[in-house]
Design a protein around this ligand. Sequence first.
Ligand SMILES: *[C@@H]1O[C@H](CO)[C@@H](O)[C@H](O)[C@H]1NC(C)=O
Ligand SMILES: *[C@@H]1O[C@H](CO)[C@@H](O)[C@H](O)[C@H]1NC(C)=O
Ligand SMILES: *[C@@H]1O[C@H](CO)[C@@H](O)[C@H](O)[C@H]1NC(C)=O
Ligand SMILES: *[C@@H]1O[C@H](CO)[C@@H](O)[C@H](O)[C@H]1NC(C)=O
Ligand SMILES: *[C@@H]1O[C@H](CO)[C@@H](O)[C@H](O)[C@H]1NC(C)=O
Ligand SMILES: *[C@@H]1O[C@H](CO)[C@@H](O)[C@H](O)[C@H]1NC(C)=O
Length: 324
Amino acid sequence: MRTLGVLTLLSAAVLLCSAAPGLEPLTCRKVNSSVAADKAVHHINEYHDHGYKFRLHEVQGNSVEQVDGGCNVKLQLDLRETKCHTINPKPFEDCEIRSELARAVKANCTVLMTIKDGDANITKYECDTRQVKTNAEMRRIRPDCPILLPLNDSESLKFIHDMVKLFNINIAKKHYYILQDVARITAGKYMHENYAEFVLVESRCPVGSKIPIEECTPLCPDRADYAYCQGFEGFECYINDPKNTTALGPGEEEPVCGHHERSQPHDHEHGHGSPPTGGKGKGSIHPLRRFHPCHGFLFNPDPALHPICPWPLPHRTQNESRIS
Ligand SMILES: *[C@@H]1O[C@H](CO)[C@@H](O)[C@H](O)[C@H]1NC(C)=O
Ligand SMILES: *[C@@H]1O[C@H](CO)[C@@H](O)[C@H](O)[C@H]1NC(C)=O
Ligand SMILES: *[C@@H]1O[C@H](CO)[C@@H](O)[C@H](O)[C@H]1NC(C)=O
Ligand SMILES: *[C@@H]1O[C@H](CO)[C@@H](O)[C@H](O)[C@H]1NC(C)=O
Ligand SMILES: *[C@@H]1O[C@H](CO)[C@@H](O)[C@H](O)[C@H]1NC(C)=O
Ligand SMILES: *[C@@H]1O[C@H](CO)[C@@H](O)[C@H](O)[C@H]1NC(C)=O
């Protein structure tokens, strides 16, 4: 651990193996809604590549429709946001849910699933992601509690960019780091109680290079370090080591990340070798999309939150909608 004035560097325990969904099989004769919901939440988290992981709070309803050779299941799920960012290797089941006073976030999800020959596949879902208590409600009940600010709040962003510079001066050893995700910004009653949570990703630009930092692109998702940082006056950053720590051979260049790692929703907007959005081999983020990855697909999204995006997004092909 290194301590540098305002920056504290902590090493996060790395648990690379995500808990395998040790589930009993789903059959149309008897659809166990908690097993089905668990399958859905795994799928939702797998594709949720910004902000925080979600956990099941309650199954609010389920219906089964028998169809030729199987059945269609519809689930109404109430999910809650956890404190684990999507880059956190912890399985979501082990992540703490935010309390109401810590500004809990809920997602009301409608999930469609098909069961055929003992195989359950998610075919579609849509979620409405909201603050459990709005800022106004919170102000009324507990005036001392923080409010959530939009993730593009310009004052906070200036501050975060300054922190990134500081991180690069003091902590970056091999490559510079760039901002990947502003995860949450809260404002206290007083300015000094403001709080920001954000994620940096290791870029391809070697420390000391003259390339303007805005032009640096992230290393491939499995080869990059990630830093989850939180604070305001003082910051703490937790570093996740990359999954692939194999050193490059002499003269070998950092690989260009292809699309073989995982199909993802933002491909068509970007070139090849484009930056990842998460620690799980996801695709790139266009700078303008950073805060609203599914902007345009949601009704009245909350600018302070990272919503669960609908799935599949309209331009995803059916071939990619299979899960194993
Ligand atoms: C559903 O599955 C869970 C976990 O396997 C089990 O604990 C529960 O008893 C099952 N419920 C029913 C109604 O079978
Ligand atoms: C969740 O969404 C469904 C479908 O849009 C709606 O019928 C239901 O009332 C919602 N539940 C809550 C708790 O908001
Ligand atoms: C933040 O984003 C919203 C759209 O969600 C936009 O209307 C607003 O102008 C943006 N604010 C800043 C400071 O960029
Ligand atoms: C790790 O990265 C190197 C360099 O790109 C690559 O050759 C190797 O196959 C990777 N290892 C794994 C396990 O992905
Ligand atoms: C989807 O899969 C079918 C057969 O499995 C194949 O013919 C088709 O080309 C695929 N479409 C895309 C866009 O990959
Ligand atoms: C579910 O997906 C698997 C592959 O992931 C595929 O073999 C199977 O046919 C699919 N089942 C249904 C019911 O679509």
